[in-house]
Each structure stands twice: as C-alpha cells, then as structure tokens.
Design a protein. Structure first.
Length: 117
C-alpha cells in the first residue's frame, strides 16, 4: 500500500477531524476563493499551478487546492492542459481563470498535423 493510500486510510478512521477542519474554514471560503480567483486572473493566460498559487498567496495546500477545486466546479477556472514542474520536480496542471482560458488552452494544444496522401 502506498504512503498516500495509508494516509487516506488513517484519515478515514477519524472523520471528525476532517469535519472540524472543513467547518473551521467554511466562514472564510468565499474570501479565499476570491483571492485564488484574483490570483489566477492576474496570471493571465500563463495561469498557475497549485504550487505556484500557494506560494504567491501564502496559503497551505490544504487551503488553496480545495478553493481552486470549488472554482473549477463553479466554471470559473479550468485546467489548460499545460503542465509545469513544481518545486519538488513533479509535473502539475496549469490552471487558468476562464476569461483567459481560451488563449491558454490554444497555446497548450499542439497544432493539428495535416496528413497529405
């Protein structure tokens, strides 16, 4: 079993702590969502990885990533399809505010290859 699976399994045994954490951030979620959205808008079509957003806003991953996920569900942020390396060297999705998303997705999508007979 991977270490990630082990952490998930342990977390599953103590749902009260997850519920307490969720309840504690609930009053601040709209403000945090707005901070994340404003940051992604400021990034323009370059977008940002979660790692970059966390660093820029001084937020922990357990705060930033759920807020970005909520913005995705609201249709305000999308995955551009581009990937960039994080500080730890892993490839990560680049997220973009919807107003800038069309240019970002177009830039990340390779041009179609024309096949001639």
């Amino acid at each position: 079993m991977s270490s990630h699976d082990q952490r998930r399994q342990r977390a599953g045994r103590r749902p009260e702590t997850s519920n307490e954490a969720a309840a504690s951030v609930l009053p601040f979620a709209p403000t945090l969502q707005l901070r994340v959205l404003d940051h992604l808008r400021a990034c323009g079509e370059r977008g940002a990885t979660d790692d970059e957003g966390e660093l820029a806003l001084g937020l922990k991953p357990q705060t930033y990533t759920p807020r970005r996920g909520e913005l995705v569900k609201l249709g305000l942020v999308i995955d551009t399809g581009a990937r960039r390396r994080t500080a730890s060297g892993y490839r990560a999705a680049v997220w973009c505010a919807v107003g800038h998303a069309i240019a970002a997705v177009t830039a990340a999508t390779p041009a179609p290859i024309e096949v001639r007979p």
